[in-house]
Each structure stands twice: as C-alpha cells, then as structure tokens.
Design a protein around this ligand. Structure first.
Ligand SMILES: Cc1ncc(COP(=O)(O)O)c(C=O)c1O
Length: 374
C-alpha cells in the first residue's frame, strides 16, 4: 500500500496544481530538484568531476536495470527512444527482410524505420489496430519467417492500451523474429520483467512515469543478443576501453554497453538516478496496483458522466492513462491549465494520466471540469 499523503508532500507543484500529465511530463519531486542542485554543486565545487559524474551515470543505469530486472551491463545509456530504435536498426542485417511495427506505435518508431528502409533494402509492414486496440493473436498473421524485427509499444501513448508482452514475444520468437518494445508509456507505471517476458530490446526515457526529465533514455538488450551485434551508430563510450584513446581500432564494450555513444547526458543521469531510486524504493508492484485502482476509477467516472473515452473500457487492458474524446483537445488542455489542472492533449483526446501522487479526488475534479468545458 502506498502512503499517498506522504508521497504528495515530496512533489512541490501539487501544492497549487493538479498534475495528471504523466503520459507526457510527470510532476517533479524534491529528490529530483535536489539532484539538479547536486550537479550544479559539482561544477561549482570541483569544476570538473569526471569520476563522480561517471559514477552517477553508472548508478542510474543500475537503478534502471533493477527496475526491469536485468543485469546493468545489458543497459546502454542514450538520449532518446528515437536514438535507441535508430541504433538498433543500424546494427541489424535487414537486407531483403521485413520489419513490422504497429499502427499504435509512437511516430518516432515509424520515422526511424522509414528513414532506413530504402538504404538497407527491407520491407515494412504495419500491424493494424482495431478500435485502438490490438488482439495479440493478430501477430500470428503478420510476423513470419522473414520478419527480422517486430516493434511494438508496451502501452499506447494515445489511449493507454496495454499489450501482453509475454504472449507477443512467444509469437515473435516462434517465427525467428526479434522483439523491440517501446516502454516509454509503461516504465514506472507497470512492473516489467524483461527476462520473464522474453524481450530482446526495450527502450524507455525518463520524462513520463519514471518521474524524471527528457534527455536520457535507457536501452536494454538481452546479453547473448547484444554480444552478436556490432553497432554502426557508436562512439567512444561504446568501446571496451574508451580511455585508451585508440583512434585506429574498434573494440566494442561488453554486452549492451556497446550501444553507448558519446559522453553520456550527465546532468540527466543525476535526475534519473534520484527518480529511479524513489520508484525502486517504493517498488513497482505497489505502484502498479495503485495506478490500476485510479485507472478503474477514471473509467467508472467516464461511464457515470457519459463521457466517451478512446481507451479500452476494461482496466486490465490499459495503463493509467485514460483518453477522453473531444474535438478541440488542445483548447481544452489550455483551458484546464488556466484552472490549475495539467492534462495532456493528443489529436482528438485529452489524456489524464495519474501517478503515485494523485488521488481519486484529483481525477474526479478533473473529469468534472472536463465535462463542463468540452
Ligand atoms: C511511447 C513513446 N515512445 C517514444 C516517445 C518519444 O521518445 P523520444 O522523444 O525519447 O524519442 C514518446 C513520447 O511521447 C512516447 O510516448
């Protein structure tokens, strides 16, 4: 059970705003604000503090590894999910093969795939959604022996629809394909175990349910698989011995760390470390259970007030985000902001995405205000 009142006191913005935007930018904790200060101090006090900075990057990576239940060496530190998928595509032999993605992926996955399609000479297949959900069985129809890579979002950025990763991984592997999971909308809200779920690649940034800021993203690659890959997007931090300053040879670092590129985003790693420490110390099972409760409550409220939602109406099929249909979503987002409610507009929906610091009252008030303004 979460101590929500205690958690709320750690997020200063909640004193005057209701923040329901974890699918875009979550509220920032005192721990994170202190971590920003700590980085500033390192510059003011030491001028240059490489050992300390690298330790923070390493620690943030360890915390992410703990979150998704893998070994830290199976995690690379990059700047964005876009970088992560681009880098994976560069590293794979795709000539004459097929890459699948879903119609519910975040656009950056499509962009990265389309940008490499012609040069690398592979075919692209979009797995369709039906009413903004995808039945896992449909993967049997689309993934086949020539599919080198299958890209899916764990949870949809648009409506919070959640996929069964374990089941999809089984179908993908039966067909000899690899599974790339974009977990940006699930990490920090759903307990992920990459080993139990059988995931090959998983990427997630810090800005959403991981309670951090943009500019840092973690890329998990299963160890055995990572050892077979030679990244073409690389840099000195992806090398076994970066501080040998060897200009003439390539010697990739162990495991997924070979997917590191240049100097890591140090300041963001300070933030990531603090935010992940908070999440890991509470534990994902308790966070996920609480967010499921809030998610069910939002669906009940929508039904009671007869508000159309674009999210699945079964809480078991979704993450915390509930997407309320409205034509002029961006205008409503702005109007709600003026009233002190931070929600997030996308296309034709207002997304209300609570986190561990929200209450049912937050949702109730926001949903009633939304009904009044739409
Ligand atoms: C599911 C998902 N993937 C990827 C992104 C974009 O990630 P990045 O900006 O790190 O490339 C977002 C951002 O909203 C997202 O929701």
């Amino acid at each position: 059970m979460l101590n929500v009142a205690d958690l709320r006191s750690k997020f200063p913005i909640l004193q005057n705003k209701i923040v329901l935007s974890s699918c875009s930018q979550s509220a920032i904790s005192l721990d994170v604000l202190n971590a920003m200060e700590e980085y500033k101090e390192s510059l003011l006090l030491h001028g240059m503090a490489w050992d300390l900075w690298m330790e923070k990057v390493e620690n943030s990576k360890k915390e992410f590894a703990k979150l998704i239940h893998c070994d830290p060496k199976e995690v690379a530190v990059l700047s964005s999910v876009s970088d992560s998928i681009s880098s994976i595509l560069h590293a794979l032999d795709l000539k004459g093969k097929e890459v699948c993605l879903t119609e519910m992926d975040f656009p950056c996955i499509g962009h990265a795939i389309l940008a490499q399609q012609i040069k690398k000479e592979f075919n692209v297949t979009y797995i369709p959604h039906h009413n903004y959900t995808i039945n896992s069985d449909i993967y049997e129809q689309f993934v086949h022996k020539n599919t080198a890579l299958t890209c899916i979002p764990h949870v949809s950025y648009y409506n919070g629809f959640k996929q069964d990763l374990k089941k999809i991984a089984e179908i993908v592997h039966e067909n000899g394909s690899l599974l790339f999971v974009d977990a940006y909308q699930s990490a920090g809200s759903i307990d992920i175990n990459v080993k139990e779920m059988g995931i090959d690649f998983l990427a997630a940034g810090m800005q959403k349910y991981l309670l951090g800021v943009p500019g840092i993203s973690f890329l998990y690659i299963n160890h055995e698989l990572a050892e077979t890959l030679e990244p073409a997007t690389t840099g000195w931090f992806g090398q076994a011995k970066p501080f040998d300053f060897n200009l003439f040879d390539l010697e990739y670092a162990e495991s997924a760390q070979r997917f590191n590129t240049g100097t890591p985003p140090v300041m963001n790693a300070y933030v990531a470390n603090a935010a992940l420490l908070m999440i890991n110390s509470i534990g994902m099972p308790a966070i996920e259970a609480y967010l499921n409760e809030l998610s069910s409550f939002a669906i009940e409220q929508a039904k009671e007030l007869e508000l159309p939602i674009m999210s699945p109406s079964s809480p078991a099929m979704k993450g915390p985000n509930t997407a309320f249909y409205v034509e002029n979503a961006h205008i409503i987002e702005e109007k709600m902001k003026q009233e002190g409610f931070i929600v997030s507009a996308r296309q034709d929906v207002i997304r209300m995405a609570p986190h561990l610091y929200n209450t049912k009252d937050d949702l109730k008030e926001a949903i009633h205000l939304f009904k009044k303004l739409r």
